[in-house]
Each structure stands twice: as C-alpha cells, then as structure tokens.
Design a protein around this ligand. Structure first.
Ligand code: COI
Length: 356
C-alpha cells in the first residue's frame, strides 16, 4: 500500500547554469507527493511531474498558516550523490509536525521516497563545490474550510532546486542588525518549529534592516529583548575568548542541524563549547574588551556565514576587522569538505543515495 508510485514527466526541462541562478529559483522535473485524510492516514505516496498545485480559496493554510517545512541538501561526490544528515532533517520535520498538530509522517517511508526522488533527479545535482540540490519537504493543511481548527486533511510534497550560495555574495562576511523593536517568537510559541509563521514574522523587520544597509536581522528574546536568539535563516554562534558560545535551545529557536554539526565538531577539535543564554550586553562587553573574536551563522542554506558587522541601537560592531575569522573559515572548509567528499566523513553525516 505504501509503495511509492512514479509518474514520469513527458517533457524534461533544460538544466540551468547553477552559478547564475542564485537560491531557490529553478526546480527539477519531478516532485514527491503524499496525502493525508482522517480515514486513510498518510497514503498514496507518489513521485509525479513538478507542477503547480491546486487548493481551495478557503484553504486553511492560506488563512491560518498550519504548515511546516524542512531544508536539506544533496551533493555530488565524484560519481556518487549524497544527502547531508537526511534522517535528522526528517525527524525535525516530525518535531515541527508535533508543534503544529500535523499528523506524524512515517520517517522511513519519506526517507525511501526521498532517495527514489533523488535517484530519478540525480542529473540535477550540481557537480561544482559550493553548489547543491536543495531539498524542500513541506506539509500543509489542505482543508477548504474557514473555521479556525486543526486540519483534517494534509498534503506533503518534496521539491528540489539546484542552488548556489544562499547569499548572493557567497562566503563572505554579512552585516547583521540586532533587532530590538520587532519579535520573531517567544517561549511557548512556534519558534522551534520550521513553520511559515516564523518567517512571516521576520519579513517586515528584514525589510527595515535592508533599508538600513544590513543583510539580515538578529533576533532578541521576545520578553526582555535582551538575550540573543537566532537570525531566522540561520543559528548564531560567537567565539568569545576562545570559547564557542551559542544560545541554548529554549523552544523559541530552531534546532539547527548545521548548528548541531558545528558544536559536535568544535568539541572534537578541542574548543570549549557552551550552549547557554547570552545577552546582547555580554556580546557588546566582549566586543569592547577585545574578547569577541568571531561571530558566524550556521544553517543548511547558508552553511557557515561569517558576520562582519553587528549593528545594535545605531552602532556597528566590526567583528575581526570585517574579515572571515579563522574558526569560521576552518569550519566552513570542514563542513563543505565533508559534503563534497574532500574531507573524510568520520561521523557518517552523509548518506549515499545514488550513483551517477
Ligand atoms: C535552510 O537553511 O534550509 C532554511 O530553511 C533557510 C531558508 C528559510 C532559506
């Protein structure tokens, strides 16, 4: 019953020059689809031609936002295609599902379907280092009903997009504005879930930051506007006096898979690592007394993203002279090396899913 059916596209698209298309603009020929209804549960898993999807104008997700998503990546390693930590991503999808009251998916089935989809689309995985096939699973409530309630029917899709670096300027320091007016999430809310609401909450502040010349927003906690949370498209880490410090997972920030990777590897490299509350005042003090050595973000899309400028209340802290710090560089080289096969994957972070 849970066999993944395959309906082949009649026309295959021309593949784009990935170095020219940025992030999330082009999609492959096929996508995975699965349906949930109350009577049948999750059923009809199938790989079908990539196409628009049809929803009711009363679709519950459009009106009330009951949706979740994931982001992971497939890479070429010579004649192999690998995915970075796929099971961690699929388990996190189920954690988001729990928070949004979406029915749990069978991780094994979705994992099998994902591998089949990548096998079919393997020619779309870019071979150049720094490029990848971005994998976007998502689930939304599919009810055409205007009452505010938990959905009774859902759709799950996985779409694939060949991508270059997330930031158009590639691996170079970004300018981040510390946001002290707007709030992304608070404890007890949806912050830990990968759900559109968290991104919607970030759009206006992002626009304001852009207008002031910053690339992104660094969120503070929603209660005291004092403790560092995350950037929205990535988690944030500091190197202070030799120690790697990052906000603890308190329910209002995303449990990043790259964050997890960085913390594990940093410990193995012998760095002291601390997951704890860190206030913007502590960061400012460290900047003033010269112990703020590096600031960088981590995320699937961004990988490792050094922060060159941290703006707070109209003042810019220029980190490491606005240059890429040695730790961020070493970690970027390591993570991307494991992903592209240049570095031995001693942790089994990558899973081979196809041969080209
Ligand atoms: C990812 O890193 O996969 C993300 O989800 C960031 C995305 C919103 C672009």
């Amino acid at each position: 019953m849970n066999e993944v059916n395959f309906v082949q596209a009649s026309n295959l698209k021309e593949k784009p020059d990935v170095s020219k298309i940025g992030f999330g603009t082009h999609f492959t020929d096929h996508m995975f689809e699965m349906t949930y209804t109350e009577d049948k549960g999750w059923h009809n898993p199938q790989i079908i031609p990539f196409s628009d999807i049809t929803i009711s104008p009363a679709n519950a997700t459009i009106h009330y936002g009951q949706a979740i998503f994931e982001g992971m990546k497939a890479f070429r390693q010579g004649d192999k295609v690998v995915i970075f930590r796929p099971l961690d991503h699929l388990n996190r999808l189920n954690n988001s599902a729990r928070i949004l009251d979406i029915p749990q998916v069978d991780v094994e089935l979705v994992h099998t379907a994902l591998k089949k989809l990548i096998e079919i689309e393997k020619a779309w995985v870019p071979a150049q280092r720094g490029q990848s096939l971005y994998i976007r699973p998502f689930i939304y409530a599919d009810d055409g009903f205007l009452g505010v309630s938990v959905g009774k029917s859902y759709k799950l899709y996985i779409i694939l997009s060949p991508v270059a670096a997330y930031y158009s300027h590639g691996f170079s320091p970004v300018k981040i504005m510390v946001e002290d007016t707007y709030v992304r999430a608070t404890q007890g809310g949806l912050g830990e879930a990968k759900t559109p609401a968290n991104y919607a909450a970030s759009l206006h502040a992002g626009l304001v930051a852009h207008k002031k010349g910053y690339d992104q927003t660094l969120w503070l906690d929603g209660v005291e506007r004092k403790y560092i949370e995350e950037v929205g498209s990535m988690n944030i880490l500091f190197k202070i006096n030799g120690e790697i410090v990052t906000p603890e997972l308190d329910g209002s920030i995303l449990s990043g898979i790259t964050r997890r990777t960085v913390l594990q590897v940093a410990k193995e490299w012998g760095y002291p690592v601390s997951e704890r509350r860190i206030s913007i005042d502590e960061v400012k003090d460290a900047y003033k007394n010269g112990t703020l050595e590096e600031v960088f973000g981590s995320g699937t899309a961004a990988v490792i993203s050094p922060v060159g400028v941290l703006g707070y209340k109209g003042e810019d802290m220029v980190i490491n002279d606005g240059k890429i710090g040695p730790f961020a560089q070493k970690m970027f080289d390591y993570v991307t090396g494991v992903q592209c096969g240049a570095e031995k994957d001693i942790h089994n972070f990558t899973e081979v899913v196809a041969e080209v």
